[in-house]
Design a protein around this ligand. Structure first.
Ligand SMILES: C[S@@+](CC[C@H](N)C(=O)[O-])C[C@H]1O[C@@H](n2cnc3c(N)ncnc32)[C@H](O)[C@@H]1O
Length: 429
């Protein structure tokens, strides 16, 4: 039991909290300093019995003022939102920006060839706070289209952009038109694909009936490096509940949509299936782990080339980041070395459509060599076989795993005990 407890403790300590590139990872906001510099913030700060400066997180005015002074002090941004609108916490929202930066730099998929020299992003539902375009433009110099549907969001997002002339040229606020002429996903799929196989099949409980999200909002010929989204997570305001420990505001228009985040993000996936390489990366936040599994399965169905996830720990709340792409992943050798080990081994990571993965695994199963322990490989996500190279007298045990949706990991190790060589090779294709 003691071992269990310490294991649990270690896991909690190891949970990711803040991205290492985040400005606040080593220097959390200093309330005393901010209170001394900004009288408007000073009135919200009190000192607890341990002498530490604090604010009442349940006071919307206090959290809004904290966000205002952090954006001003650390990012030179002028910012405000009306009462009750969703108030972002700057350190948490910065994590999503840094995760996107990691994706863009990762080279897992090639750059899209454009004549642009700056990164271009699309913030779905930018809100009155317009936080992602403001942070992305000021931290990274990225340009943005920020979309929204409500008058108050559009009016205040515009204001927040105009109040920051240093970056205002980088941000376009775009109204989502809900005209009847907007192409529905179903119409668009009929237009663009004659293959019934390639259509996204959706269960009724995941239907989204709201305004357009990407399709019908992205203009012809536009190309983006990424999209991002903090979706309306909930189906009802009751479900949204108000975290009794914080007050970050949030109106029903911001927090709720029919079908909740599952439906909203499913629509983004449907749209991405049509728009394909219009975006290099599609990304979104996900509020529930159970929805994450459902959405990854949906991505498998539409045959994306890559799926990435991350976890954002935001105080007491956990959110997940989900990213995918239709750009074929880059084939490259990540490492190749000869080490002094007693077995010859290699590892290959292969990206392919889910259908291809299944076919490869099935083929592997058929060549399965029971003598090397194939009975372990009972499900279709794992398979083992034996590869003989008669001329070299080498015999490899090959194991194929479906590691993540659309990613096969092929591991091979020699059965020859006296070999002095070992090599590790990782490829993506
Ligand atoms: C949870 S809020 C996120 C606001 C801001 N991005 C943030 O992170 O604080 C969701 C936003 O999505 C907007 N929204 C809802 N449906 C939309 C749609 N179809 N297209 C664009 N925005 C939408 C809402 O009006 C709201 O501002």
């Amino acid at each position: 039991m003691a071992g269990n407890k310490s294991g649990k403790k270690r896991r909690r300590e190891e949970r990711p909290t803040i991205h290492p590139k985040n400005k606040y990872s080593d220097n959390p906001p200093d309330f005393s300093l901010l209170a001394s510099l900004y009288p408007s913030f000073h009135s919200f700060v009190f000192y607890s019995s341990d002498g530490r400066p604090r604010i009442h997180w349940t006071d919307f005015n206090a959290t809004r003022e904290l966000t205002r002074v952090l954006l001003l002090h650390d990012h030179s941004l002028t910012w405000w939102i009306p009462d009750g609108q969703l108030c972002p916490t700057v350190p948490n929202r910065s994590n999503y920006i840094h995760w996107i930066e990691d994706l863009l730099l990762s080279n897992i998929i090639p750059m899209i060839n454009t004549d642009r020299d700056i990164v271009r992003g699309f913030d779905i539902g930018t809100g009155a706070n317009c936080i992602y375009p403001l942070l992305g433009a000021s931290l990274k110099g990225w340009s943005f289209v920020g979309s929204d549907v409500t008058d108050v969001a559009l009016e205040w997002a515009e204001r927040n952009v105009k109040d920051n002339p240093r970056i205002s040229d980088l941000i376009e606020i775009r109204r989502v038109e809900t005209s009847e002429n907007t192409l529905s996903v179903e119409d668009s799929q009929n237009d663009r694909s004659s293959s019934s196989e390639s259509k996204v099949k959706l269960a009724d409980n995941t239907r989204y009936y709201g305004p357009p999200i990407l399709l019908g909002v992205v203009k012809d010929g536009e190309r983006f490096d990424f999209c991002m989204c903090n979706p309306p997570f909930f189906e009802t305001m009751d479900e949204a509940g108000l975290n009794p420990k914080t007050s970050c505001g949030g109106t029903p228009e911001e927090m709720v949509c029919s079908g909740g985040e599952k439906a909203f993000i499913t629509r983004i996936i449907e749209d991405s299936f049509v728009l394909k390489q219009t975006f290099r990366w599609y990304t979104t936040m996900v509020g529930r782990k159970s929805n994450l599994k459902f959405l990854i399965a949906k991505l498998r169905e539409v045959g994306v080339s890559i799926v990435k996830t991350t976890e954002f720990v935001q105080g007491q709340t956990c959110r997940w980041g989900l990213a995918w792409s239709f750009v074929p992943s880059v084939k490259k050798i990540i490492s190749l070395h000869v080490a002094e080990k007693s077995t010859l081994s290699f590892m290959l990571e292969i990206s392919a459509s889910h259908g291809h993965c299944k076919a490869i695994l099935k083929n592997e199963e058929q060549h399965c060599d029971r003598a090397v322990g194939c009975e372990d490989a009972k499900d279709t996500d794992t398979s083992s076989s034996c590869l003989n190279l008669p001329l070299t007298d080498l015999c490899f045990r090959i194991s194929v795993f479906q590691q993540t949706p659309g990613t096969l990991l092929v591991k091979g190790s020699s059965k020859q005990g006296d070999s002095q060589a070992s090599e590790k090779m990782m490829c993506t294709s």
